[in-house]
Design a protein around this ligand. Structure first.
Ligand code: BYC
Length: 316
């Protein structure tokens, strides 16, 4: 078949809602878009462990420590499934690591903000994982099979993460005035960056149109952002915290909350490497890579030894 017919057949499969598998024919741009998005997603999971890891030794109780440890380990697992899904498209793990460590690859802007107080761990679970779920539930129906399947388990785990965060916020909001103040301060600092997680406005998003056509994205950045605001405002009301947006208002006609303007300048500064923690995050990843070299070497030596033993046994 020539390229044109292959492309027509591919588009028919997408239109019919079929799942595309790693060995199926796909347009080069479809493959590259997935490598870009899945590897960025994997990097976000891995870098996302850093702001929360910062609090593992300082949780207020043992119960909180156990939950936070489990959550951070889950994020490592998500990174691993996603790197594996990206590898099915012909990029190696080493190449992806090189892109992350050199600063070439993107990862979610949200992880370049610092976790200043214990309440930030609550705000991350509630808002950051809450935003991630909205995006990722959509991705369970994405057209590339390995990515969609990885998302199913990830979403189940994210919903535990969201609840553990909301429960921390609920506890603080019902605590002493100082604790409530901490929770409000965390909400004030994490609200706008959480809205930015969904990416630029649709009119400024170069990838959305094609990704929607290929059913990589089932909803646009703005649609998901709106869904997040509509879900989250009643949750804030319930625990007596105030969303830091004077323009936030229920729009009876449209059946959603209108919200104020997002600081897109700040977003692009962070995405382009100039956020509060970008340098610190990259350094942490590079240090982890360098310090882990002996583990990788040992694993390779072990695998080679096992392989050699098999060859010796076979020839005996
Ligand atoms: N941050 O055309 P657009 C988690 C980039 S982790 C940085 O709309 P697209 C968790 C975008 O990449 C969950 N960059 O792009 C972990 C593009 O640049 P390139 C993370 C961003 O791909 C630990 C350019 O801006 N979730 O849950 O159609 C602890 C133009 O954007 C951002 C995912 O990764 C951003 N926020 O749509 C706790 C979800 N936004 O690549 C929690 C998977 C945009 O052209 N990813 N950019 O140079 C996606 O769904 C999509 O890639 C996005 C962007 C919606 C993020």
């Amino acid at each position: 078949m020539d390229i044109k017919s292959l492309e027509e057949r591919f588009n028919e499969r997408i239109d019919a809602g079929e799942s595309i598998e790693a060995k199926d024919w796909m347009p080069e741009k479809y493959r590259k878009t997935h490598i870009r998005q899945i590897s960025q997603h994997a990097h976000s999971e891995v870098v996302g462990m850093l702001p929360e890891g910062n609090w593992i030794t300082r949780t207020p109780t043992l119960r909180r420590k156990v939950a936070l440890l489990a959550k951070v380990q889950d994020e490592a697992g998500h990174g691993l499934y996603l790197y594996s899904a990206a590898e099915t498209l012909g990029i190696t793990r080493d190449e992806m690591m090189e892109q992350l460590n050199s600063g070439k690859a993107k990862y979610s802007s949200i992880f370049n903000y610092p976790t200043l107080s214990w309440a930030d761990i609550g705000a991350i679970g509630w808002l950051v994982d809450g935003a991630a779920i909205i995006n990722q539930v959509m991705l369970t129906r994405t057209s590339f099979g390995p990515y969609a399947r990885a998302m199913v388990r990830i979403c189940k785990e994210e919903s535990f993460h969201q609840r553990q965060g909301y429960e921390i916020m609920l506890t603080l909001a019902n605590g002493t005035p100082e604790q409530k103040e901490m929770a409000q301060d965390a909400l004030n600092r994490w609200w706008w960056p959480s809205l930015m997680m969904f990416g630029p406005r649709d009119e400024d998003s170069p990838n959305t149109a094609q990704s929607v056509r290929w059913k990589i994205k089932r909803k646009t950045n703005d649609e998901l952002r709106q869904q997040f605001v509509d879900n989250t405002v009643p949750q804030a009301d319930y625990i007596g915290l105030t969303i830091p947006d004077q323009d936030l208002k229920w729009n009876e006609e449209k059946g959603h909350y209108d919200f104020g303007p997002i600081d897109w300048d700040e977003f692009w500064q962070v995405v382009n490497g100039n956020g509060i923690c970008n340098k610190e995050r990259l350094k942490a990843r590079n240090d982890a890579w360098d310090n882990g070299e002996w583990v990788r070497d040992a694993a390779i030596a072990h695998a080679e030894k096992r392989q050699n033993n098999k060859v010796v046994k076979k020839s005996a």
